[in-house]
Write a protein that binds this ligand. Sequence first.
Ligand SMILES: [Zn+2]
Length: 261
Amino acid sequence: MQIGKMKASLRILLCGVFLLGCNPAETGVSHRDILDDYKALNIRVGRVSHPLLVANHDICDQTIDDNGIRWHQLEDYPEDLQPVAQSYWDVSETRSIFYVLPGSEADKAGLKSGDRPSDSVLDEIGTETVCRYAVLVSYVDEINAYATGNEIIVTSGMLRSVENDKYLALILSHEMSHNVLGHVDNPDVIDIEDQADQAAIKLMARAGLDFEEAIESREQYQQSSANGGQLPVTEKDRIAKFKSYSQSTKSKQSKGEAVWP
Ligand SMILES: [Zn+2]
């Protein structure tokens, strides 16, 4: 988690609430609800992205040893949320655990949100080597995801819109591929989106994730959001390419061949 981003994204949300004239008391959306929601979205993104970051660490340019703890402290929150964060979650000026990634070493060690483990406890916790890409939630209604070279950003609008975790994994894998392939520094590469789609299937395959279900879910999602249920030609073309990348990756897997590069 990148602290500055989190503060900014929560601030955007609060501004959104106030711009709409939504007094939390009138809408029933309390500051506690906002915090709970933000945390739940972060946990989902952490849980879905983690297998991709672990399984593909050998092809990322930078890695980090991850124990699964995500920290927070008071200064991470915008000023108007600080009193709520303090009373609701006991957030203080020293760091405590925001959340623990499900299935991580810290989770296995029994650590929980709100804990303040000592250094000796932390030293005992194992780690996994993962790609050093922060995966962040930007709290805006716009449906979007993008890569910055060393981060993957997904909006809360997209997280609410895409309910299927396999499809979400495909979206995150596509953005991760832009980072792995260095596209942010070379945006003029031809077929950049095709390359990222093809790589996304490979990264999912390496993580043992069901990319066929992800593609099906994408197709259903696009179908249901298309005008009159008719997929645009570009989307039809993209789905067809996804299916062909899926076929070639499955064929490699069945022959026991490496799916990357
Ligand atoms: Zn892309």
